[in-house]
Design a protein. Structure first.
Length: 253
């Protein structure tokens, strides 16, 4: 891992470092997470939870990015912002089967590492005393494990929604696959809202959160419905498959 605050494409509002050969841009807006948490809990605990959250986000995006790179994707890069991250790349010649795996890889790595940590902390012998380490680990587990599972819901723009598009695109035209996935997203969001109200009847936060995420996916334009002349202008690398950003992440796009 190589750290540096300046680089060719860096802006003053970001810190850029590389993991392997993948550039990671960390926008300073992530510090707002500390401010939001600090309104609820102690500042020191808020910093711990945020550190765990950021580690989980970078790990999740690395799951997408490293597999994309292995499959031959170009210009793989990660951006981490206030509410999560996104991995973008040009999927040059990558099949929908492989794209499905790339979309699944983010949560997979988070669940594989976060799941045992949660189990050990909650039920096992790994009892971490209250303090900084516990805050970091709990922030990490919440973001890597629980968000990781939620992210697999078949709901655009979550990873699960992209996984559904790519799975369907193995059989039908990607444009139709995206339309079907949007319809499934509405059903999945409805189910998630019913579940949220059943488990947390006193809080509407989760319901509002789910509705906002689902609205982003349902009302976004179908990326496969791009006029031929515009795709030519964008260059040969993207013309075969305009959905080049897989929407990695937590705030998801
Ligand atoms: Zn993701």
């Amino acid at each position: 891992m190589l750290f540096g605050s300046t680089g060719k494409n860096s802006r003053a509002s970001s810190m850029i470092f590389t993991v392997g050969s993948i550039p990671v841009t960390m926008h300073w807006s992530v510090l707002l997470v500390v401010a939001i948490l600090a309104a609820q809990i102690e500042l020191r605990a808020a910093i711990g939870w945020t550190a765990g959250f950021l580690a989980a986000v970078v790990l999740h995006e690395l799951g997408h990015a490293l597999l994309a790179k292995r499959f031959g994707a170009r210009e793989v890069r990660i951006t981490v912002m206030m509410f999560g991250g996104v991995t973008t790349f040009i999927p040059y010649g990558i099949t929908h089967g492989k794209r499905f795996l790339i979309s699944a890889a983010g949560s997979a790595i988070g669940i594989v590492i976060g799941g045992p940590l949660y189990w050990a902390d909650r039920f096992g012998s790994l009892s971490i005393p209250p303090g900084d380490l516990q805050n970091v680990i709990r922030g990490f587990v919440l973001s890597a494990f629980f968000w990781g599972i939620f992210n697999w819901l078949p709901m655009l723009p979550l990873d699960g929604g992209h996984m559904l598009v790519h799975a369907l695109a193995l059989k039908i035209h990607p444009r139709s696959a995206h339309t079907v996935a949007r319809a499934v997203s509405v059903l999945a969001a409805t189910g998630a809202v019913i579940a949220a109200q059943a488990y947390f009847p006193d809080s509407s936060f989760l319901t509002i959160f789910i509705v906002i995420i689902a609205a982003q996916g349902v009302f976004a334009p179908n990326p496969y419905r791009i006029p031929p002349d515009r795709s030519r202008v964008e260059g040969p690398a993207q013309s075969e498959d305009p959905l080049f950003g897989i929407g990695g992440d937590m705030s998801d796009r």
